[in-house]
Design a protein. Structure first.
Ligand SMILES: [Zn+2]
Ligand SMILES: [Zn+2]
Length: 376
């Protein structure tokens, strides 16, 4: 491909400004970057935080999108994965520094630069941006290393995972964030046994992925909690043994103790809502483990009865991106789907990119769990 390359992207120019396709220019491909032509991108709540301008580290204008799937169009001269070729179909996940101790141990979600790199959305080498507007204004264009709400993007090499199923790119695009976050939490960290109970708060794509993983492990009790009945119906279809609409429930913790006969062994919060996190930790059973896996608002606090937490021998974890190592975990999830044990097709709906506002509205209303945008 010839540079400078003109393409288009859903650039967020100002907080809350409507999503509009805007021409952007990529001047060059750096040695550690891969040029990807997007075919699909999942829509995640974190993209809406970019749209609201709610991520202080991410200056606007910026291009959201962090569940990209597409085709490699060029490869930088120093990209370390020599097995990648132009024309490969790929899924995109988060980025890392590739140099720190956790990175060298393949504990990628523990990369010391994880938060800065994924949210700052600039190049690792010099902090520049890989894209600009026609008038020269820099655009933050490596959100999670990829900014996949662009027709073509120069992505950081660490994001790229090859996808051997070109026909399933749409369905597999959310593997890079939402699906691996929920499923990885259950399969990589909590590792519950069949005789355990789990409560999942928030039945969005992350909560659904956690639920599907729990159903795959055939847990005795899987309790789905949300405030939208439509989502709880989906939870039942995905294997929830109990559902709880928590709106109007006086004590959610008490209700969960009743359902699970003393409190669950495991609980996962995908909402990031501080009050829900309090309910999760408060309602946990003796020796239980709670995991916070949805981003809470910056600066928010929770209250906790630390004495009862201590005497009940509880655990409370923060788990980022399901603690997954995408190059091996995403293929594992794809295999599970192909065996019929990770039925993501029940929750995905594809929209043409121009209909992003419809996709956002339907996701917010709980009509669709995981919208996937298609570059038509
Ligand atoms: Zn690192
Ligand atoms: Zn996400």
């Amino acid at each position: 491909m010839e540079f400078p390359l003109e393409t288009e992207a859903l650039v967020v120019m100002a907080p809350g400004a409507p999503f509009t396709l805007t021409p952007v220019v990529i001047d060059e491909l750096r040695p550690d970057e891969v040029l990807v032509e997007m075919k699909y991108s999942g829509l995640c709540h974190t993209d809406l935080l970019v749209h609201k301008g709610a991520l202080p580290i991410l200056e606007l204008p910026a291009i959201p999108g962090h569940e990209g799937a597409g085709i490699i169009r060029a490869i930088g001269s120093e990209v370390r994965d020599r097995s990648l070729s132009v024309g490969d179909y790929v899924l995109l996940s988060f980025t890392v520094c590739g140099k720190c101790a956790p990175c060298s141990e393949k504990r990628l979600t523990k990369c010391v630069a994880h938060t800065r790199l994924n949210f700052q959305s600039t190049r690792q080498s010099d902090g520049s941006t890989s894209a600009r507007l026609r008038d020269g204004t820099p655009v933050r264009s490596q959100f999670f290393g990829q900014s996949s709400f662009a027709r073509v993007s120069a992505v950081q090499e660490h994001c790229v995972v090859r996808c051997p199923y070109p026909d399933e790119l749409a369905l597999y695009s959310p593997m890079g964030c939402g699906f691996q976050t929920g499923a990885g939490t259950v399969l990589n960290i909590l590792k519950p046994k069949e005789y355990h109970s789990i409560v999942i708060f928030g039945i969005g794509s992350v909560g659904c992925a956690a639920l599907m993983a729990a159903a795959h492990l055939q847990l005795k009790q899987i309790v789905a909690v949300d405030i939208v009945d439509r989502k709880l119906n989906i939870a039942r279809q995905l294997g929830a043994t109990h559902t709880l609409n928590s709106s109007g429930v006086e004590s959610v913790a008490e209700e969960l103790r009743r359902i699970t006969n003393g409190g669950p062994n495991f609980a996962v919060d995908s909402t990031g809502v501080p009050r829900v996190i309090e309910q999760m930790v408060g309602g946990l059973g003796f020796g239980g483990t709670a995991a916070s896996i949805g981003a809470p608002p910056v600066g928010s606090k929770i209250q906790m009865d630390v004495a009862s937490f201590f005497y009940a021998n509880k655990n409370f974890l923060s788990i980022i991106e399901g603690d997954s190592y995408p190059p091996t975990f995403i293929p594992e999830l794809i295999d599970l789907h192909r065996q019929g044990r990770f039925p993501i097709d029940k929750i995905c709906k594809v929209y043409p990119i121009k209909d992003i506002d419809v996709a956002v509205a339907e996701m917010k209303a709980g009509e669709v769990i995981k919208p996937v945008l298609e570059w038509t």
